[in-house]
Design a protein around this ligand. Structure first.
Ligand SMILES: Cc1cc2nc3c(=O)[nH]c(=O)nc-3n(C[C@H](O)[C@H](O)[C@H](O)COP(=O)(O)OP(=O)(O)OC[C@H]3O[C@@H](n4cnc5c(N)ncnc54)[C@H](O)[C@@H]3O)c2cc1C
Length: 452
C-alpha cells in the first residue's frame, strides 16, 4: 500500500494494536481520530464507511492509512515543523492563559510553579497543542503577554492575580465627542468598554491590562435596530438579545437571527453588543462571518470624524481590526435583502453556548433558480474571519443544483485555514467546513425560494 491504498490497512502487531487503542482512548483529539481510522480499517471496515462514521474526507482517511503503512504508530504523529513557530489557535491561547494562571498541582501536576518544560509537557499531553518546541512556547507566551516569572508565580500562589484584573481608572463619558476625546488623549493605555463580555474575562486573565477603561454604556442613541432607505442599521451598542428580539430582523434577516441565537447564552447576550463582537476581532466570534456574508459596513467615529469601513477590510489580524485607537463603532450597516434572497448560519459547537468548532454564514440572492449574488463567511477556521471568495465566485451565475453546492462547499473548505486544537484536527475542521457550507447553502436556498 505504499502508494495505492489496498482495501484495508495491514494487520497491526499486538504492540501496535495496544498503542493504537491507548491513543484512541486517551490521546489528544487529533491522534484519537487517526488511531480510530487505522483500527477501523484493520477490522476490515471499508474506507467509505470510515469516512461516513468519522465525517472525514477520502484523502484524509487514505493519508493516515498510508502513514501507518509506512511508519507504524509513529507515522500518526504530527511531523515536527521547522522554521516559524507553530500556529496556536485563539481557543488554545485562551486555554494556555488559564493553565498559566493556575498552579500545576491544581491541575494534577507535581510542583507548585510552572517551568517552560513542565508547561509544554502538560499542554501536549492534555491535547491543547499537538506538538510544540520550547522555543515556540516561549514565543507564544511572550506574544500573549504571559510570564512564568517568580514574581507572577508568587502572586498566583497568594491567590492575588488569577481572577482579579489589574488596576485601572474608570471613565464614563456621556457624549460621543467626550468619549473620542478621552480615547485620543489616553492613547494605547485606554480600552473601550461596552458589554464587557470579552474584555473583562481577558482582563481577569491579565491578557489585557488597560490602565483606563472608557465605558461607552452611557452614550445616548447608540442602541437601535431599524431599516432605513433600504439599509438595516444596527447601533454599535445594540445588545445581542435586542437583535434577536427585533421584529425587522426576525422578518427579513434570517442569517442575522440564526447568528445571534447561537452566540454564547442568554445571560451573555443580555450584555454583549454587536459593535463589541466585531471590534474584538476574535476569529471565533460569530458576527464577523455573518457580516462578511452580508457585505456589511462598519461606521466608526473618532476624533478625526466618521469613517465607513467595508467589512471585508475590517479584520486585519488575530484580535486586530482597522479601527484607530480613538475610534468607536457607532453603527453597522447591512444592505437590505433583494427579492429572492435567503441566508443561514450553521454552527458546530461542542456544547450549547460554546464558541464554534467551525461555522458558516451564507447569504444568497436567486432568480429563477440561478444565483445572482452570494456571500459566504467562515468562523474560527483561520487567524481572521474568512470570506470564502472562491466559493462565492463559483456560485454566481450558476444554477444552485447539487453539483454547484458540492463545488462551493469544496472550495470553502480549501479556503479555510484552521489550526489544530482541543476542538479537532486541521483535517477534521476543513472537512467540517465543507459539510457546514453544504448545509448552510441548502438552508439559504430553501429560504430564498420561500421568500426570505
Ligand atoms: C461565556 C461566554 C461565551 C461566549 N460565546 C460566544 C459565542 O459563542 N460567539 C460569539 O460570537 N461570542 C461569544 N462570546 C464573546 C462575546 O459574546 C463577544 O465577544 C461580545 O459580544 C463582545 O461584545 P462586548 O460588548 O461584550 O464587548 P467588550 O467585551 O466590552 O469589548 C470587547 C473588545 O471590543 C472593544 N469594543 C467594544 N465595543 C466597542 C465599540 N463600540 N467600538 C470600539 N471598540 C469596542 C473593546 O475595547 C474590547 O477590546 C462569549 C463570551 C462569553 C463570556
Amino acid at each position: 500500500m505504499a502508494d495505492v491504498p489496498r482495501r484495508f490497512v495491514r494487520a497491526p502487531s499486538e504492540d501496535e494494536r495496544q498503542a493504537l487503542v491507548g491513543l484512541r482512548d486517551a490521546g489528544p483529539a487529533a491522534a484519537r481520530t487517526r488511531a480510530l481510522v487505522v483500527l477501523l480499517s484493520a477490522t476490515r471496515v471499508p474506507v467509505p464507511e470510515i469516512m461516513r462514521r468519522l465525517g472525514l474526507s477520502r484523502p484524509t482517511v487514505t493519508h493516515w492509512l498510508r502513514r501507518f503503512e509506512r511508519a507504524g504508530v509513529a507515522g500518526l504523529a504530527d511531523r515536527p515543523r521547522s522554521g516559524r513557530p507553530a500556529r496556536i489557535s485563539a481557543e488554545s491561547l485562551r486555554h494556555i492563559a488559564m493553565v498559566v494562571g493556575a498552579r500545576p498541582r491544581d491541575l494534577g501536576i507535581l510542583g507548585t510553579r510552572w517551568s517552560l518544560a513542565r508547561l509544554r509537557q502538560y499542554l501536549v499531553q492534555s491535547g491543547t497543542v499537538p506538538t510544540l518546541s520550547l522555543e515556540s512556547l516561549r514565543i507564544t507566551l511572550k506574544r500573549a503577554g504571559l510570564t512564568l516569572t517568580a514574581a507572577r508565580v508568587g502572586q498566583i500562589q497568594k491567590g492575588v492575580t488569577t481572577m482579579i484584573p489589574g488596576a485601572f481608572e474608570y471613565h464614563s463619558p456621556t457624549s460621543l465627542g467626550e468619549a473620542t476625546a478621552l480615547l485620543s488623549k489616553l492613547g494605547d493605555d485606554a480600552k473601550v468598554l461596552s458589554g464587557g463580555q470579552s474584555l473583562i474575562p481577558l482582563m481577569k486573565l491579565r491578557l489585557a491590562t488597560p490602565r483606563h477603561l472608557v465605558d461607552i454604556n452611557a452614550l445616548p442613541g447608540l442602541a437601535y435596530v431599524r431599516e432605513e432607505g433600504g439599509v438595516l442599521r444596527i447601533g454599535g451598542l445594540t445588545r445581542e438579545a435586542d437583535l434577536e428580539e427585533s421584529d425587522v430582523v426576525r422578518r427579513r434577516y434570517p442569517l442575522l437571527l440564526d447568528t445571534c441565537k447561537v452566540i454564547a447564552d442568554p445571560i451573555v447576550r443580555n450584555l454583549a453588543t454587536v459593535g463589541g463582537n466585531l471590534a474584538h476581532g476574535d476569529p471565533a466570534n460569530d458576527h464577523p462571518a455573518t457580516m462578511l456574508a452580508l457585505g456589511a459596513e462598519v461606521v466608526a467615529v473618532g476624533s478625526g470624524g466618521e469613517r465607513r469601513i467595508p467589512i471585508a477590510s475590517f479584520f486585519t489580524g488575530p484580535f486586530s481590526t482597522a479601527l484607530r485607537r480613538d475610534e468607536i463603532v457607532t453603527e453597522i450597516r447591512i444592505p437590505g435583502p433583494k427579492p429572492g434572497s435567503g441566508g443561514a448560519y450553521v454552527k458546530m459547537e461542542r456544547k450549547v453556548g460554546d464558541f464554534a468548532t467551525a461555522a458558516v454564514a451564507v447569504q444568497l440572492t436567486l432568480a429563477a433558480g440561478t444565483c445572482q449574488e452570494a456571500g459566504i463567511g467562515l468562523t474560527n477556521v483561520g487567524s481572521v474571519p474568512i470570506k470564502a471568495v472562491r466559493a462565492e465566485r463559483a456560485l454566481r451565475g450558476r444554477r444552485v443544483d447539487d453539483a454547484a453546492i458540492a463545488e462551493a462547499a469544496r472550495l470553502a473548505a480549501e479556503e479555510a485555514d484552521p489550526a489544530e486544537d482541543l476542538r479537532g484536527s486541521v483535517e477534521y475542521k476543513r472537512d467540517l467546513v465543507r459539510v457546514l457550507t453544504g448545509r448552510a447553502l441548502r438552508k439559504a436556498i430553501e429560504r430564498a425560494q420561500r421568500g426570505g
